[in-house]
Write a protein that binds this ligand. Structure first.
Ligand SMILES: [Mg+2]
Length: 396
């Protein structure tokens, strides 16, 4: 039995080529992609990696918990790893994003890409382009034309205005412009409300119904997260009302059991759990099974880090839905590009004519570039079964 011998934590700041203003965080301008990177090493030298968005030093003390809960344990026992992550969560540290690192080790030891280990057969995913900023209708139409020329058949836009007429005019305008050539979806980003940096609209059920009606009339592919994430009854009422698929589920940190309940309630037509938030790889695949049983649709969310993109790609490729659904491809020029997001890897994960070729290497199939890690990262914690090193002043 291989046991975990070492854990390291890094803060990494990857420069963006231009400022990026995510539509879901009003008032925020990002100039760097900042992440917390975790590396687990087994006693026989196998690395398991994962990473999660980092605001700053919020995970500076996490290493103590990781050392005490995971070192000396069998990383291939995913149920045990999940149990320990649950113990952390009960103690106030929700870190489902670490679970894929153990899958990385398990699939590397098996010598196969993770999705193959999980029974997946789809090695090329069809993508939809997922924008991340608010724009004028004219700029959005330009963006859609560019994505269409690159090979994408579907693009997801964002709305976040206080005035619902502005949101409706946006999706109607771009859908009409692209009609018959490209499908348009919309993410309302209402499930998780970030208001720390500026005011943000909060949709009512009535507003969501009016928007869904307009989206259906405009022929949209789906409407994503039009209501707050805890409003399960209202979601189910909206989904029953809507003539367009209602999608969501990316950030439900309670994982499988909550999402399975939501599926049975009819909260969404399309479930989009993200393994980095919603219980890890194993629980997201359980959600996929429930969706199949209930006749619902499934495609994971992945907008976070390069690890988020590839982990959820493995989930999707193994879910049984890859041949019938589209996978998210985050891109918001000029600030948010895969090449900048993935500067920590030896190669970026980029599309080919609107498709993504799953990696052929073992594990998650990505390689952390040690030179890039030395350049952009600072290790703030390391522990083995013999030593502990802790640097709380990681951000200077
Ligand atoms: Mg979303």
């Amino acid at each position: 039995m291989p046991v975990l011998d070492r854990v390291e934590l890094y803060h990494v700041a990857l420069p963006l080529p231009a400022p990026f203003a995510p539509s879901w965080i009003p008032g925020t301008i990002r100039t760097a992609h900042t992440i917390c990177l975790a590396r687990f090493v087994t006693e026989d030298g196998i690395d398991g990696w994962s990473a999660f968005p980092a605001a700053g030093r919020e995970r500076a003390g996490m290493g103590d918990l990781l050392a005490s809960l995971f070192l000396g344990q069998d990383p291939e026992d995913i149920d045990l790893m999940a149990e320990r992550l649950h113990i952390m969560a009960v103690g106030g540290n929700v870190n489902w994003w670490l679970e894929p690192a153990f899958w990385d080790i398990k699939a590397k030891r098996a010598g196969v890409p993770l999705f193959r280990l999980l029974g997946g057969t789809h090695d090329r995913l069809t993508l939809y382009a997922s924008g991340g900023e608010l724009k004028s209708v004219e700029a959005r139409c330009e963006e859609a034309e560019k994505r269409l020329a690159e090979g994408f058949g579907t693009m997801k836009v964002r709305v976040h205005d206080f005035d619902e007429a502005v949101d409706i005019a946006h999706v109607t305008g771009v859908a009409r412009h692209m009609e018959g050539r490209m499908k348009i979806a919309v993410d309302c980003n209402q499930a998780f409300r970030l208001t720390a940096n500026g005011p943000a609209p909060l949709w009512s059920l009535d507003r969501a119904k009016r928007f869904a009606d307009a989206a259906a009339d405009a022929g949209l592919a789906w409407v994503e997260e039009p209501l707050f994430g805890d409003w399960h009854e209202e979601m189910a009422e909206l989904t029953a009302h809507a003539r367009v698929p209602i999608a969501g589920g990316e950030l439900h940190i309670a994982g499988f059991r909550e999402l399975a309940r939501m599926a049975r309630m009819g909260c969404y037509s399309i479930f989009q759990p993200d393994a980095m938030w919603a219980g890890g790889v194993a629980q997201c695949l359980e959600v996929a099974d429930v969706c199949r049983t209930l006749g619902l649709r499934f495609t994971p969310h992945c907008w976070s880090t390069g690890f988020g993109f590839i982990v959820n790609a493995h989930v999707f490729a193994a879910s049984g839905f890859a041949g019938e659904e589209l996978y998210e491809y985050p891109i918001a020029e000029p600030g948010w590009l895969p090449e900048a997001r993935d500067a920590i890897f030896t190669a970026p994960m980029v599309h080919e004519n609107g498709t993504f070729a799953m990696p052929t290497g073992p594990g998650l199939g990505v390689t952390v570039d040690e030179a890039a890690l030395a350049r952009y990262g600072r290790r703030f914690f390391a522990a083995s079964r013999r030593e502990v090193s802790w640097t709380p002043s990681v951000l200077g």
